[in-house]
Design a protein around this ligand. Structure first.
Ligand SMILES: NC(=O)c1ccc[n+]([C@@H]2O[C@H](COP(=O)([O-])OP(=O)(O)OC[C@H]3O[C@@H](n4cnc5c(N)ncnc54)[C@H](O)[C@@H]3O)[C@@H](O)[C@H]2O)c1
Length: 250
């Protein structure tokens, strides 16, 4: 008879891994950082803006804050160099930093457009490019990028720049998956929608639009990141996982 206790199915977790989460001062990034930390990883929180508890983060052995503007290659390089000097190369990169704007197309000037692309898309490119060579050398890595349902639909209304930037994030995640699959590196994206953070504050009646009947929580996204970051997800790459309570079923 088969010994069912010897199943190879289970959660390998992220214990002992070194993770970096961009845009981690608040919201989804913060929840992702906390989930990875609870899973036993050491977590660097990267952001343009320091969180209020920066000191406590820096004093703990398994967390640190590093100032990082993901739009700037020199800032990205400096932040990852700080992490590497303290702990070693990054195993798990979560590209989460992002901005959002509701802005009709004709009111979107080139500066608005460029800024949206710079933070949401170029930031993923710069951070991924910074960590991938060392992941490849070590034959293991996870890149998880936060896209959006707006990257599939174009956004509900008046969010052309945001939707286009997030479509780019999800295509970049797939391109990295193809290029780095032979090296033990997976790359996946999430497509959340209507997660209760500052980003969606002020948009009315959101919960009514979600079949499960509530807004998403940052921890809903963090759970999905934790799954993709662990050993158990080594055969999942180039995927875009919806985290949206049924808001968009495609
Ligand atoms: N909240 C939602 O409903 C939702 C839905 C889909 C996707 N997302 C995506 O999830 C991610 C996190 O969003 P959130 O809701 O937590 O938003 P948020 O505004 O609460 O947090 C965004 C974080 O990114 C940081 N950031 C902004 N510009 C940066 C830069 N140039 N360099 C580094 N950090 C920078 C901010 O300081 C902030 O801490 C974003 O990429 C967003 O587009 C959010």
């Amino acid at each position: 008879m088969t010994d069912i206790s010897s199943s190879e199915v289970g959660y390998g977790g992220v214990a002992g891994r070194i993770a970096a989460v961009t845009g981690a001062a608040q919201g989804i990034g913060r929840a992702v950082a906390e989930a990875l930390l609870a899973g036993g990883a050491r977590v660097a929180l990267l952001d343009v803006r320091a969180p209020e508890d920066r000191l406590a983060l820096d004093q703990a052995d398994n967390t640190m804050f590093a100032e990082c503007d993901v739009t700037s290659e020199s800032s990205v390089d400096a932040a990852f160099s700080v992490v590497e000097a303290a702990w070693g190369p990054v195993d798990i990169l979560v590209n989460n930093a992002g901005i959002f704007a509701i802005q009709p197309l004709e009111e979107t000037d080139l500066g608005d457009w460029d800024q949206m692309m710079a933070v949401n898309l170029t930031g993923c490119f710069l951070c991924s490019k910074r960590v991938l060579p060392k992941m490849r050398e070590r034959g293991w890595g996870r890149v998880i990028s936060i896209g959006s349902s707006a990257g599939k639909t174009g956004g509900s209304k008046n969010a052309a720049a945001y939707g286009a930037s997030k479509a780019g994030v999800m295509a970049l995640a797939k391109a990295i998956a193809t290029e780095y699959a032979p090296f033990g590196i997976t790359s996946n994206a999430l497509a959340p929608a209507l997660i209760n953070t500052d980003m969606v504050a002020g948009i009315a009646d959101l919960a009514d639009r979600i079949p499960v009947g509530r807004l998403g929580r940052p921890t809903d996204v963090a759970q999905a990141v934790l799954f993709l970051a662990g050993e158990q997800a080594e055969f999942i790459t180039g995927e875009v996982m919806d985290v949206n309570g049924g808001f968009l079923i495609d």
